[in-house]
Ligand binder design. Structure first.
Ligand code: ANZ
Ligand code: ZN
Length: 867
């Protein structure tokens, strides 16, 4: 061991050794317990940020822990390398996305190695490798054959005029492009889409098979799929075909006072009265520019126009006016709504605004309101039908059943189910993605590229102007081709695939990454998938985590895997947050630029006080901190340790500039302790005999075993790395206080046990120093082969606690008692303390109260003596 803790030298040395010994390469054919640890692969943007440090450190703890336990651990890493950022950068500076991406990958891989994350680099791939995306194309063709992917010709899509591409609904929240912030337009154009809706029920039902996924994520997926039980009913229109509505509240049908069609509904123009045509057209144009999210937001203005026609309520025979309005969407249900302002919030707002009658047809209890009740706001809960003719008095639930049966009987409707989930549109009018492998032929239509011509490779020679649509469409050598069927001149598809396709199946490819005859070998993947533990950000709760579940089921149906789900256990890590400072006038300000004092910071531009908040680290909030400088100064181990110590993995973490320095000091103390005992430390032979230890030795012996038990439990059961690390800090404190008796063989064995346990326990968190400690104990082999320590249960039984004793509220002594001592024993020990007796001055105490941890059952925490 070096005299000085110098992580720079030490860490590099161990990283080189791991690499030389190929420590993290797994034999996927290995027998025994298998553990597949996977973290969401990064987009290689050139440098790691704090969020990466967190997610990959979390994954590495679990992977290393399992390795040490002797499991076969698959822990791969690769690159989500296609997508817009590299292309946008190319538009700015002309550097080809392929070149930039390769350079970024090199840089990030080095950073990852410097963090000591133990990856099996022999399995690395990037999704921009033709050897990888070729299988995206292969899957596409398989799905095309099974009608699981199709071309919608008039899809209404979100179009970002700045990125000049289609944006998924999920990437267009609030009507702004997630990538560049530009306002989204709606456009119609052909697009390719996967039929994820065909799997809607299974995706929903199988969530119940995922007990080890966070409830939050499952709820978001349920809502996203949005299965909705309701009914359809036809409203007759004089001189025209009936209009079918979808409702979840058929029990409110007697309160329907108008109908609303989506402005895009196919029947609108046909039904519009001639004198209103102009107004209706103008309104439709206006709505066409509004984004879905804006149209359906609760508080958005409910705009609409009457189209001059009536529809007949099939249950009451009553005529109601037909409107079109922005809040009804064309692609949900039937695109037509029976509006019930008394019991629907949006309809209520709309009726108020346009002077449409509002009726009460549901009341909380039978007879409580009656039909004449005037509503202040929509009553949206279930209740009992009123003012509903012969059906009055039925509960909402019964009403829905009875009315749906009636519709079916009379042939004007039926009970149905609807889903909010839409098919997954994957067309992107961009270059840096997987080319969609079809050809357009004037005679034969859309023709799949033959399998043996895959991959359709992205051409390298492309110019990036950022204008005029897809760069691919301008590469003549790419576009012009021959029709595979008739041989005539034809044009290649120039849309590329959404990058969520790349991440939809990468976890399976890692098991068999070099296969060039198939995406992967089925038996191999079946041996390793589902992934045992998947770690990633909760921001992926719906898109990626839904798409890859879908893809897995498709692979199953293609006969490629045997399981239903890709991931057994999901861990979603919290954000890395930092204080942000905002001036009302000048926006966010970097900490370093602030004026004023630490306690009362001010804006450097105007001197006004700034608002301080804890926010996710980001450029836009000017509160990002690069990990690089800290790693450089304090080492990877200190960085890892801080990020793992500052919060449990699933909670948000508050960054502190002092943090890594603090954990560095801890590691240095560990290093120095080993150095101090260097003479005594030797590999442990046999168990230390606690009976032969003196009192101080026994206490340390118990502490060592207690820490083994705690760290194991914290890692294994609850991912509580922060408390595991805290326990190691406590152990260090106790160990530092311990003075072994000179020449005493028993104490020497105890120090051996301490060193052995400490090295192994700290291994998953600070692996470089841990290896150093392990080697200092005389071990030749890597710590990764050492096995995990096992605690001696006897040590926990023997456990003693030190309990403060108060006399009239002031601590007067510390009583040493068995952790499981009963109240009587604790009392006796407290009163036996000399100093307590002194303060009692010979009197009998009036009361002695024993306070325990965790209520009545825990270990004693405090004794309060009242004189
Ligand atoms: C009448 C009614 C009365 C409704 C009432 C609600 C409350 P979910 O639960 O999301 O499936 N709706 C139907 N199609 C629509 C569309 N294309 N665009 C906008 N809204 C639409 O919502 C179903 C309800 O949303 C339906 O039930 C319909 O309004 C409306 F007291 O019908 B309801
Ligand atoms: Zn042809």
């Amino acid at each position: 061991m070096a005299a000085k803790y110098d992580p720079k030298i030490l860490e590099r040395r161990w990283q080189e050794r791991w690499e030389a010994e190929r420590r993290f390469e797994v034999d996927t054919g290995a027998e025994g317990e298998r553990f597949y640890a996977l973290e969401m692969f990064p987009y290689p943007s050139g440098t790691l940020h704090m969020g990466h440090i967190r997610v990959y450190s979390i994954g590495d703890v679990l992977a290393r822990y399992r390795m040490v336990r002797g499991d076969a651990v698959l822990h791969p890493m690769g690159w989500d390398a296609l997508g817009l950022p590299a292309e946008n950068a190319a538009i700015k500076d002309g550097v080809h996305p392929a070149k930039r991406t390769r350079a970024n990958i090199e840089a990030v891989r080095e950073q990852m190695k410097a963090m000591g994350w133990g990856y099996d680099w022999s399995r690395e791939f990037a999704t921009c490798d033709p050897e990888y995306y070729r299988w995206n194309q292969w899957f596409f063709l398989e799905m095309l054959q099974r009608d699981l992917v199709y071309r919608k010709t008039d899809a209404s899509v979100n179009w970002c005029p700045s990125c000049e591409t289609v944006i998924a609904n999920e990437q267009a929240e609030g009507g702004l492009c997630e990538r560049c912030g530009t306002e989204i337009d709606l456009r119609t154009m052909p697009e390719w889409a996967f039929r994820i809706t065909r799997y809607a029920d299974e995706l929903l039902d199988d969530l119940d098979k995922l007990p080890d996924w966070p409830e939050r994520v499952k709820t978001m997926q349920r809502n996203w799929i949005g299965k909705s039980y309701g009914a359809e009913a036809d409203f007759a229109v004089q001189g025209a075909d009936p209009i079918r509505v979808f409702t979840t509240r058929l029990d409110t049908i007697y309160g329907c006072t108008f109908m609303v069609l989506a402005p895009e509904h196919a029947r609108v123009l046909e039904l519009t009265a001639p004198d209103l045509r102009e107004e209706v057209e103008a309104f439709r144009k206006k709505v066409a520019k509004q984004d879905h999210a804006v149209r359906t937001a609760e508080d958005a203005p409910k705009e609409g126009v009457y189209i001059g026609r009536d529809a007949i309520n099939p249950y009451t025979g009553e005529a109601v006016p037909i409107w079109i309005a922005n809040f009804v969407l064309a692609d949900y249900g039937t695109g037509a709504v029976m509006s019930v302002p008394g019991h629907d919030t949006r309809d209520f707002a709309f009726a108020k605004r346009h002077g449409i009658p509002i009726r009460t047809v549901i009341e909380p209890e039978p007879g409580e309101w009656g039909a004449d009740h005037a509503l202040e706001e929509a009553f949206t809960a279930d209740g009992y039908m009123t003012g509903s003719g012969e059906h009055s008095g039925l509960s909402s639930e019964e009403g829905r059943r009875v009315l749906a049966a009636l519709a079916e009987e009379r042939g004007f409707g039926k009970a149905t189910v609807n889903y909010h989930l839409r098919d997954w549109g994957i067309s992107r009018q961009r270059y840096w993605g997987t080319p969609i492998p079809v050809v357009h032929c004037d005679d034969c239509g859309v023709v799949p590229v033959p399998r043996d011509e895959l991959p359709v490779v992205l051409p390298e020679d492309v110019s990036f102007t950022g204008k005029g649509g897809s760069p691919l469409a301008r590469v003549e050598e790419f576009v012009s081709t021959r029709c595979p069927v008739c041989g005539k001149a034809a044009r290649r598809e120039t849309d590329t695939m959404d990058t969520f396709v790349d991440s939809a199946w990468y976890y399976a490819r890692y098991v068999d990454p070099h296969n060039d005859a198939a995406p992967f070998d089925r038996d191999r993947v079946d041996a390793w998938v589902p992934v045992t533990l998947y770690v990633g950000g909760p921001e992926h709760a719906v898109m990626h985590l839904l798409y890859f579940r879908f893809w897995h089921k498709v692979m199953r149906d293609l006969g490629l895997v045997s399981t239903d789900e890709p991931v057994e256990r999901l861990l979603t890590q919290g954000m890395v947050c930092n204080q942000s400072f905002r001036c009302l006038e000048h926006g966010y300000i970097k900490r370093a630029d602030l004026g004023g004092t630490e306690d009362a910071p001010t804006c450097p531009h105007c001197g006004e006080p700034v608002e301080r908040k804890l926010d996710k680290m980001s450029k836009s909030k000017a509160n990002g901190v690069s990990p690089d400088g800290f790693i450089e100064r304090f080492g990877a181990d200190a960085m890892r340790l801080f990020i793992l110590f500052a919060a449990p993995p699933e909670k948000d973490l508050e960054w502190s500039d002092q943090g890594p320095e603090g954990t560095f000091r801890f590691l240095r103390r560990v290093h120095d302790l080993f150095l101090r005992h260097a003479e005594l430390i030797a590999p442990v032979e046999g168990a230390a005999d606690p009976a032969a230890l003196d009192e101080a030795g026994q206490a340390l012996w118990r502490k060592i075993h207690g820490t083994i038990a705690k760290v194991t439990d914290d890692i294994e059961r609850s991912f509580q790395f922060n408390t595991a690390i805290a326990a190691l800090m406590e152990l260090l404190n106790e160990a530092t206080r311990f003075e072994p008796r000179e020449g005493d063989e028993v104490d020497r064995a105890l120090i051996g046990l301490l060193a052995d346990s400490f090295a192994r326990l700290v291994g998953p968190f600070a692996p470089h120093l841990a290896e150093e400690l392990w080697a200092a104990s005389g071990h030749e082999e890597s710590l990764l082969t050492a096995g995990w320590p096992i605690h001696d249960p006897a040590a926990l039984e023997l456990d003693r606690v030190v309990v403060p004793v108060q006399v009239n509220g002031k601590v007067r002594a510390q009583a040493d008692v068995a952790a499981d001592a009963d109240d009587e024993a604790v009392r006796a020990a407290a009163l036996a303390e000399e100093n307590v007796q002194r303060h009692l001055e010979g009197q009998e105490p009036r009361k002695v109260i024993v306070v325990r941890r965790k209520g009545k059952t825990g270990t004693p925490k405090l004794v309060s003596v009242v004189k």
